[in-house]
Unconditional design. Structure first.
Ligand code: ATP
Ligand code: MG
Length: 721
């Protein structure tokens, strides 16, 4: 590809950024101005024009999905494989680094990542051994404290708790928690970043190697980096790498998780040669949507300030709909989606955005009743389900005996006579002698401290783990998974349980074997072995992508999850005081501005049509609230808005058959979207989608107990309820 085509489809300012001489640069620009596009083209430019090897490039994106897309786009542009380029999220890249240099990071080779659920379990256990009351120290609060400190790069010895007893206790909990993680070879999400940063500081030769290598560093969505992420990039860049960051202070929405928009200013101070390029033309939204968004965000003080304009048409005004309750709201949204479809639009071009996950249920129900396929981003992840975590616990313990979180999870699952008393002895031995639970078992058995039956049970468990490890040593991953779910007794345990839930758990365990079979070893992780790579994959990357990504479906997600994306039609639902801005934000002053930025992010996702809805009364979190429209609506000048009036017919009673309308019957399956059906194994559920015809006809059913499944109609023996 020739050079000029690298600059095709870019405006002057964008070209200036893409083709800038090699130096550091800040691209500061509002939503939809092409920041991500510039970043992608810049990577291609560096390779093709500046002759930079992909090996010298490190690019940070906000999600793994964005990383994959960017890699693909670059490969298309340069017409070749860029495998040696590092591209990923901060967590993904830091993890890779720790795998490669585990010894220098003071980690065992088989260290494992724990998720927030594991972290809470560990904290609960620690609170118990320290005799602290969970009510006084809610594990979530303790976790928040620990993660917050780590995000700021602080170890316990950096913290001065002053004379405050509560702070003193939290600090102590941080210490004890960290000690047990270290003993067990476990790292939580915040720890991944902190360790990677410490690796730079403690091992100058490693740092020098990467500083030599990564001459070109690029970061998207920079406004949402936290202190430790910034420090990591800062140190890596040293004094000579070229760093391009792109961001928008108006879209900083992760302050509650420690993100620091000040990092934009810091960057300019730390890289004095860096030029700031501002992009001002918006390519995404109509004039009305863009102007309304600009006016809204102008209510925030302390902005870096920018003005966005568009060559595009004004388009229609933003529709604002006042619903009388949440069901009416949902029905309105679904009605507009059907209009869009009637005009030939795709479902996937429509997104429904909401502030709180709990809002999705009613929207889903309304979509179902109209037979409209939808997909939720961020539902319950496969790897977060109980039975999967059980099985993963065995695999983790096989990979690393010292993994206390895994040990706790499976030591008595299925039940093998290791009771609470024995566990308490194990825990206190571990704690008193700075041992992991596995080591505590060894010690107690050697010293013959445990009573005969307890000793036998513990020995049996240890033998099982050792046996599983030797049995599966030479096996491919999927056979290993299969052996483990069988020989651990997990499968039998769930098979013996009655009911649909248990059935589904067995199915999920079987699905784990499939997951292992289809697992593709990332090239860069080859050294760590298949099992470890699979375990990390489960902890790090689960849930971002979802199955059946190919059917045309409406996209549902929280406003946070929508960052960086765009859709022709956007609905923002529940724009009410107390919900958006949220109650919590209203109580804390500075949070209101972050909520406003979130509103700005939401509005600027829309390309052609934007609908804002609110309800006069809403049943949510199990209670009914009467609320006023959000102040954000009032902050938009009326000339950009079109208030849609309630139609008389809408107030018809909706009690039982709330979304009652004629339903689309699938020609082949005989079922209609929204039909309640029952399956001999999975129980009752609702039809949500279908595809194919004849013997290939399949329906998707959202089962009440086991979640969503695709079934072949010819075999499934579904019955209408
Ligand atoms: P956000 O702040 O929401 O992440 P962004 O600044 O990263 O937005 P992009 O997603 O890169 O913006 O671009 C927004 C849209 O405009 C995309 O559809 C992109 O393809 C398009 N676009 C960007 N630059 C141009 C251009 N010069 N000509 C035509 N279309 C463009
Ligand atoms: Mg972007």
């Amino acid at each position: 590809m020739d050079v000029s085509s690298l600059l095709d489809g870019l405006n002057d300012k964008q070209r200036e950024a893409v083709a800038a001489p090699q130096s550091s640069m800040l691209v500061l620009a509002g939503a939809g101005s092409g920041k991500t596009r510039v970043l992608t083209h810049r990577i291609a430019w560096l390779m093709q024009v500046e002759n930079q090897s992909p090996y010298s490039i490190l690019a940070v994106t906000f999600t793994n999905k964005a990383a994959a897309e960017m890699r693909e786009r670059v490969e298309k542009t340069v017409g070749g494989n860029v495998g040696r380029m590092w591209i990923g999220t901060f967590h993904g890249l830091a993890h890779r680094l720790l795998r490669t240099h585990y010894q220098d990071a003071n980690l065992p080779q088989s260290f494992q990542i724990i998720d927030s659920d594991d972290q809470l379990r560990m904290l609960k256990r620690i609170l118990k051994t320290l005799n602290l009351d969970e009510k006084q120290f809610p594990p979530r609060m303790v976790a928040g404290y620990i993660n917050g400190k780590k995000d700021q790069g602080l170890r316990p010895n950096h913290i001065d708790a002053g004379g405050f007893p509560l702070e003193q206790q939290l600090l102590n909990l941080y210490k004890v928690y960290q000690d047990s993680c270290d003993r067990a070879g476990l790292v939580d999400f915040a720890e991944i970043l902190l360790r990677a940063h410490e690796l730079w500081l403690n091992k100058p030769h490693i740092l020098a190697h990467y500083q030599d290598r990564f001459r070109n560093i690029l970061v998207d969505e920079f406004q949402d980096t936290n202190a430790i992420q910034y420090a990591w990039i800062r140190v890596l860049a040293g004094n000579s790498a070229n760093v391009m960051i792109v961001g928008d202070d108006d879209q900083s929405i992760y302050g509650w998780r420690g993100a620091q928009v000040e990092n934009l200013h810091k960057f300019l101070g730390d890289f004095p040669g860096a030029e700031t390029i501002r992009l001002e033309q918006n390519y995404r939204s109509t004039g009305n949507i863009l102007n309304a968004s600009n006016e809204l965000i102008a209510n925030n003080p302390d902005r870096l300030g920018k003005k966005l304009w568009t060559e595009g048409k004004d388009g229609e005004p933003i529709s604002v709909y006042c619903a009388f309750n949440e069901m009416d709201e949902a029905r309105f949204v679904v009605g507009r989606i059907m209009d869009w479809q009637d005009k030939g639009g795709m479902l996937s071009e429509c997104a429904i955005l909401y502030r709180s996950n709990a809002q999705s249920r009613v929207l889903e129900e309304a979509l179902l009743h109209k037979g409209i396929a939808y997909r939720i981003y961020g539902g319950l992840r496969f790897f977060e389900r109980q039975e999967i975590k059980d099985a993963m616990g065995y695999l983790r313990l096989m990979a690393n005996r010292d993994d206390d979180a895994a040990f706790e999870r499976v030591v008595n699952t299925p039940a093998r006579g290791i009771g609470d008393r024995t566990l308490d002895i194990l825990r206190s031995t571990a704690r008193n002698h700075s041992l992991t639970l596995w080591q505590a078992c060894q010690r107690l058995l050697e010293e013959k401290v445990l009573a005969g039956r307890a000793a036998n049970a513990v020995r049996g468990f240890m033998d099982l783990i050792i046996q599983l490890t030797t049995d599966t040593e030479e096996m491919p991953l999927y056979r290993m998974a299969d052996t483990v779910i069988r020989d651990s007794g997990l499968k039998a345990m769930y098979e013996a349980e009655k009911g649909e839930k248990a059935h589904a758990r067995v199915e999920n365990l079987e699905e784990l074997v499939t997951a292992a079979r289809t697992f593709e070893m990332p090239e860069e992780l080859e050294d760590m072995g298949e099992l470890n790579a699979f375990l990390s994959h489960a902890a790090l990357e689960a849930g971002e992508g979802q199955a059946d990504a190919f059917t045309d479906a409406v996209q549902l997600m929280t406003l946070h999850a929508a960052k960086g994306l765009e859709f022709p039609v956007v609905f923002m639902a529940g724009v009410e005081e107390g919900l958006f801005p949220s109650k919590m934000a209203l109580e804390e002053g500075d949070r209101l501005e972050e909520e406003r930025r979130l509103c700005y992010v939401g509005m600027t996702r829309a390309m052609q049509h934007l609908y804002i809805t609110y309800a006069e009364s809403r049943r949510i979190y199990g209670r009914e609230d009467y609320s006023r429209p959000s102040r954000f609506i009032k902050e938009i000048p009326p000339q950009y808005l079109n208030e849609i009036r309630l139609k008389a017919s809408v107030s018809a009673p909706m009690a039982n058959n709330r979304f009652n309308q004629q339903q689309k019957v699938f020609n082949d399956s005989g079922f209609a979207m929204g039909d309640r059906v029952t399956h001999f194994k999975f129980g009752e559920g609702r039809v949500t989608n279908y595809e194919g015809s004849g013997p290939q006809a399949r329906v998707q059913v959202n089962f009440d107990d086991v979640g969503s499944k695709w079934l072949v109609v010819a075999y499934a023996k579904l019955q209408k309820v």
